[in-house]
Design a protein around this ligand. Structure first.
Ligand SMILES: Nc1ncnc2c1ncn2[C@@H]1O[C@H](COP(=O)(O)OP(=O)(O)OP(=O)(O)O)[C@@H](O)[C@H]1O
Length: 624
């Protein structure tokens, strides 16, 4: 019989307890209090002042050996099936039965006392209905699910766990369900329907799903639920080092903050503690936060490496690893750093942790790199991957460089008139360089259009201020480089203008995806001229796939363009372009091209360094 990770940890816990002189109380199966029952009134909490369970638990590096003796393969989280998990939840009063059943924040998880009161991330919103166990579709507008009705879904890999249609079909735990209701989510989006059972079923996942389709929750829910339901996890106790159980990596500071905010909402009152660490902000504050305890660490790669090198964070206990915007994380800019984090800094090997990679775009060459981090994974494609959603109306206009500003002005004037009597709408304008961003913002402001900017040369404080000012509508125009292209979820962005088109079609997909989110519609306008002729073909293809009107002049440009000049569709061909690279004939062979179907093995793909970044050689990076 295979030994699950949870079993081996539990066994170790009880063995350690016996071998010690019983001088300290330790958790055993009998005393286990799941995290979701810990945030309870003091009167129900035994031994609040007792010694920390971790005090004499695994010492230092020995925590790692717990991992190496155990197996997470096949059987899933702790080797249990969903069904078995359901049974276990009854044993522990899971499913929220235990109001008053156990500890509170100052029970230990993550290595420290938690005496601070948890701030309600939902503010003062009405709490009345969250304990009602239903997800009421009628009452809740949430998301336009009709937009997703006939979305194509493709999975590949062995024994794919079946999808679910409702949150109640998944045993996520009542406290998490309450938070889902507080978020006003009534049913899972397509990516959630498929991804959550896959990860809860113990499988690794590479998931492609369109922008704004709910990927954040798709990786957060199984992590939070998994941590809540598992056996008590003893962590090594090494001075000033913390041992998170889950790591979520994202490429930008703002996106990490956003994921952190979301994860905090989802984990409210579950006892699962989420901390964020990112560059450009004072590290001491982040260290203090970490010292208060951490179960899920959301981080940007650079700051994480810093924390690892200072030995303030250890990855030994990581059992869930999620890479958001995974293709970006594995392109040439980040890949060495990610490889170092995942393979050389003490994280349990693949197969010993659950690994999830998410993005809206997943080029084949990046899939191949990514597969190094995954074990017997499932590939999930929701929607036409590498494509944009049909919810976004895409327009492309031929505008010479010298005319771009006046053209933008015309658009903004028209927009102003259109929305004069309706709700304030936000416009996001993408430019290629930081300098270009500064100068355009200045020009807009002196011409009476309140604008702000975000790019990698601004201080983090300035960046955060700009984003707040934009979100609140105080400055309804945000001029941005690609640093704002991915992941940011700003509900009222009605219009994305590609003042300068990116060089990479995937960057275009992510940029326009800042509008048309969660089932809402949006508008994206691009200024095209000869300088971007290499983008003509992939752009025309993409627009066609999304049933957009392609101007005749763009089709002419596209027919003149040849593959060598740009990255065209790299997703394995076919209208539904999200393809598992393992299904391509090339899998297992050492390719000399990157899976261009119908292409000629473009030289653009033969040089790995040519991928990523989204800016031409010689152009300063727009990223951090
Ligand atoms: N089940 C749901 N019901 C209603 N709204 C949802 C649901 N899941 C997610 N959302 C909302 O949809 C929006 C988009 O979600 P999210 O930011 O996770 O998208 P994404 O797929 O990660 O996008 P991107 O590719 O741009 O990063 C968010 O505002 C989120 O709160």
């Amino acid at each position: 019989m295979s030994t699950s990770w949870a079993d081996s940890v539990a066994k170790s816990a009880s063995e350690t307890a016996v071998s010690d002189n019983n001088s300290l109380r330790r958790p055993t199966r009998a005393t286990y209090v799941p995290p979701h029952l810990r945030n309870r009134p003091a009167s129900d909490t035994p031994n609040l002042s007792g010694p920390s369970p971790e005090r004499t638990s695994l010492n230092g590096a020995s925590g790692g050996s717990q991992w190496s003796q155990s197996s997470m393969g096949g059987g899933g989280l702790g080797g249990r099936t969903n069904h078995e998990m359901g049974r276990q939840s009854q044993v522990y009063g899971y499913a929220g039965a235990g109001r008053g059943g156990g500890g509170r924040w100052n029970n230990r998880i993550g290595g420290r006392n938690r005496r601070e009161k948890e701030v309600n991330p939902f503010g003062d919103s009405d709490e009345a209905d969250v304990t009602d166990h239903t997800f009421n579709e009628q009452e809740n507008p949430g998301i336009n699910f009709d937009a997703y009705e006939d979305i194509p879904v493709e999975t590949s890999g062995e024994n794919v766990p079946p999808p679910v249609n409702t949150f109640t079909e998944i045993d996520l735990g009542e406290l998490l369900n309450q938070n889902i209701r507080r978020c006003k989510y009534v049913k899972p989006t397509p990516v959630q329907r498929h991804a959550i059972p896959i990860v809860l079923g113990g499988r690794d996942l590479m998931a492609c799903a369109q922008t704004g389709s709910g990927k954040t929750a798709a990786f957060c829910f199984p992590i939070i639920s998994g941590i809540m339901r598992e056996q008590y996890v003893q962590r090594p106790r090494v001075a000033r080092t913390v041992y998170p159980l889950a790591l979520i990596l994202s490429p930008t500071r703002e996106l990490s903050c956003q994921i952190h905010d979301e994860a905090k909402k989802f984990s409210y009152q579950t006892g699962v503690k989420v901390v964020v660490a990112y560059g450009g902000a004072p590290i001491n504050q982040q260290l203090r936060e970490l010292e208060r305890g951490v179960d899920i660490l959301v981080a940007t790669p650079g700051r994480l490496v810093d924390l690892l090198e200072r030995a303030r964070v250890s990855l030994q206990m990581i059992r869930y690893l999620a890479l958001d915007e995974a293709d970006r994380m594995l392109d040439m800019g980040f890949e060495p750093q990610i490889r170092k984090i995942v393979e050389q800094m003490g994280m349990p090997d693949r197969g010993m942790r659950r690994t999830m990679l998410f993005s809206a775009t997943f080029p084949i060459e990046i899939q191949r790199l990514a597969s190094d981090f995954l074990s017997n994974y499932i590939f999930l494609a929701v929607g036409r991957v590498g494509s944009s959603t049909d919810l976004i109306v895409q327009r492309v206009e031929f505008v010479q460089e010298s005319d771009k500003r006046s053209h933008l002005m015309d658009l903004l004037h028209a927009q102003r008139e259109n929305v004069a009597h309706s709700k304030q709408t936000l416009t996001l304008v993408f430019v290629e360089t930081k300098k270009g961003a500064d100068s355009l913002e200045h020009w807009l402001c002196i011409n009476g259009f309140p604008a702000t900017i975000i790019h990698g040369d601004r201080t983090q404080q300035e960046r955060e201020l700009a984003l707040r000012s934009f979100k609140s509508g105080k400055t309804p125009i945000l001029v941005a480089t690609d640093v704002a292209a991915r992941g940011l979820d700003i509900p009222d962005v009605a219009h994305v203008v590609n003042f300068d088109l990116p060089n990479d079609i995937d960057d275009y997909v992510h940029r326009i995806g800042r509008t048309g989110r969660a089932g809402k519609t949006g508008l994206a306008t691009a200024f095209f001229n000869e300088g971007k002729s290499s983008l003509a073909r992939p752009l025309a293809e993409l627009m066609q796939e999304a049933s957009q009107e392609v101007p005749a002049w763009l089709t002419r440009y596209a027919s003149r363009a040849h593959y060598g000049g740009s990255k065209t569709r790299r997703y394995g061909g076919g209208r539904f372009g999200g393809r598992d690279f393992r299904r391509e004939g090339s899998y297992g062979r050492n390719l000399d091209h990157y899976g261009l179907v119908g292409g000629n093995g473009s030289s653009a793909y033969k040089v790995p360094g040519n991928y990523g970044g989204g800016y031409a050689p010689g152009v300063a990076s727009a990223w951090d």
